[in-house]
Write a new protein. Structure first.
Length: 182
């Protein structure tokens, strides 16, 4: 494959989200044959099994965007020791109705940013449980739990303090995506 399209799912809807800033700062670290599309999870209605026979247009479009990707990066905060509800809703919407799982076999990477000392460790573990069920091969190492600090991302780039670590994660994810192509 000569190019790789990566979908980015940010688990926070906040305009100035630390996770969105982190996601944007990741992009320049990738090789030129990787392109990116942010997948908007904020527009999805709440999953309701009653809608399985008449899938909302926003969900159909979201699932199509996922299927066009060769990889997905989840960049998420931790809310109440788990993933944000909006992210869980996106996982459910794109995997339903049964037998139409858009996430199937797409290589995933997980990053999380928080101001807390344990960062997003528990949310990431909960997300890994869901991704396993959804049949998404997921990069296990290196793990990436980031504690936000002032100046971590400036002008769309990681600070010198974080850049090498993030480049190491990106390089591992690039190799993982290339290894897991169908």
């Amino acid at each position: 494959m000569s190019s790789f399209k990566i979908g980015i799912v940010v688990g926070s809807l906040r305009k100035d989200s630390y996770n969105k800033q982190t996601a944007n700062a990741l992009i320049p670290l990738f090789p030129k044959d990787f392109t990116f599309q942010f997948l908007d999870i904020g527009i999805l209605p709440l999953y309701n099994q009653d809608d399985d026979n008449s899938t909302p247009e926003a969900v159909i479009h979201f699932k199509q965007q996922i299927k066009e990707c060769q990889g997905i990066i989840f960049v998420t905060p931790e809310y109440n020791r788990s993933v944000p509800g909006v992210l869980k809703n996106a996982l459910d919407q794109a995997s339903r109705p049964y037998g139409t799982n858009a996430w199937d076999n797409i290589p995933a990477g997980i990053i999380g940013v928080s101001i807390g000392n344990i960062s997003t460790a528990i949310a990431q573990q909960h997300l890994r449980n869901s991704l396993s069920f959804l049949n998404m091969p997921t990069l296990n190492q290196p793990e990436c739990f980031l504690k936000w600090y002032d100046g971590m991302v400036e002008n769309g780039h990681f600070s010198e303090k974080s850049a090498n670590f993030m480049q190491h994660w990106v390089d591992a994810y690039v190799a993982f995506v290339k290894h897991n192509q169908k």
